[in-house]
Design a protein around this ligand. Sequence first.
Ligand code: 0RQ
Length: 503
Amino acid sequence: SEARIHNARMRDLVVSAEAAAALIQPGETVAMSGFTGSGYPKAVPVALAQRIETAHSAGQEFKINLLTGASTAPELDGALAKAEGLALRMPFQTDPDARKRINAGELDYIDIHLSHVAQHVWFGFYGDIDTAVVEVSSILEDGSLVPSTSVGNNKTWLDLAKKVIIEVNDWQPEDVLGMHDVYYGTALPPHRKPIPLVNANDRIGQTTLKVDPSKIVAVVHTHGPDRNSPFKAIDNDSKLIAAHLIDFLKHEVSKGRLPANLLPLQSGVGNIPNAVLAGLAESGFRGLTAFTEVIQDGMLDLLKSGVLDYASCTGFALSPEANEEFKHNIKFYRERIIMRTQEISNHPELVRRLGCIGMNGMIEADLYGNVNSTHVMGSRIMNGIGGSGDFTRNGFLSTFLSPSLAKGGDISAIVPMVSHVDHTEHDVSIIVTEQGLADLRGLAPRKRARVVIDNCAHPDFRDALNDYFERAMRDGYGRHTPHLLDESLSWHQRYIKTGSMKP
Ligand code: 0RQ
């Protein structure tokens, strides 16, 4: 409502979502807010999708290139994909309709590290940003913008876009003011300076976003919730995976390689990372910290119970109940959560300095520790690399968590050779399945294969993996990273042909 717009000029710019969407032209590159279903615009994308459908039914071409922070929601990715309104999408999505079109070869998708997006756009790699559409929770008297539940790339979008559309969502808590930390100290090479952040909870920026008022072409009122998908109940495999990882972390503390309160945690989204967070709640750890992209239910619980002291992020992925809890106790969380731009939340310099512990899901891993996070059978994208690479390459420890089987047991998540590589053997330190944990640190390739097969592979596939590995050691071209190239992807090919990796 008007109460959220404290600047008179901005109040004069209020229009309907349809009128705002009419300002976006075919062929534009449009940069929108949104990160893992939080803080995305709720109304303009839907109105734009309708406009595109109308144009298409009149025989006119209408597609845009769409950039965001990360994944959004059915009202954004879903609506625009269904309307066949997207020519290009980047950098991360999880939407079933968008995924279908990407995998049908109808929609170009560029899957890049989330820390790279802002700087690559600044470098000019993606051309001009024509329009930014950004959700905020309020507009202050001086025209500055209070972000809502994600910051993502909004600073960059507002700085670079030729025209700006603002959505003011009064469903978002107004008291979120003060939670954000927007850093304006980034520069382009060769003028870069060190980023002055040495603790995960340091504040180095300002609480609001700046925008050149002359670029704002429309302000739209909205009232609607973030996408909040409920979590599945934590299953037994997830509990086992969490238990293996927590035992390992305790072991590292006992060996003096990690402090008693660990190092800042990064946690991916999904049920397994959530199970790990739930496990941490009961693990006896205290004084934990997080420097991560996304805060999900488990992390709010850890903050509430005092196990986690504070968390730094760029967005949220909460269930409906957790969302209510967050809004209800916003003052408590505002003291303990700092939301940053994603170029800072995922910054390699900071992840390396802080020594983050990365915990991410995977599609599959191979004998030598290469990890595929993105592609099913090497060619169908699932979601994207997201921030997993930012933390895997640069953190203190990188861990990958997955059940050892997929698709009811027809697929082994441990394969001779991954069908697509996102994280190389040089970056991956720990692999965990419900079977156990493979600690790959300090191991040469053949020794890595031994622990991956023995500790992580499902018994249904262990003999076949041993057979492959033994023959590769005997007949392979080289003995450093032994492979049989005519067989290394045969498990995937068998699945494509027969519906099972089993011989
Ligand atoms: O598909 O639902 O159709 O059955 O992949 O798998 O087991 O539910 O696990 O939700 O943790 O997702 C890698 C996709 C794992 C995720 C991935 C199928 C499986 C199911 C999901 P169905 P699960 P998760 C922070 C970090 C990259 C981005 C990232 C991911 C579906 O972790 O997107 O890390 N990671 N971001 O059946 C065929 C296999 C499979 C398989 C799983 N081996 N073969 N299908 N599946 N393994 C967040 C951000 O960066 C924003």
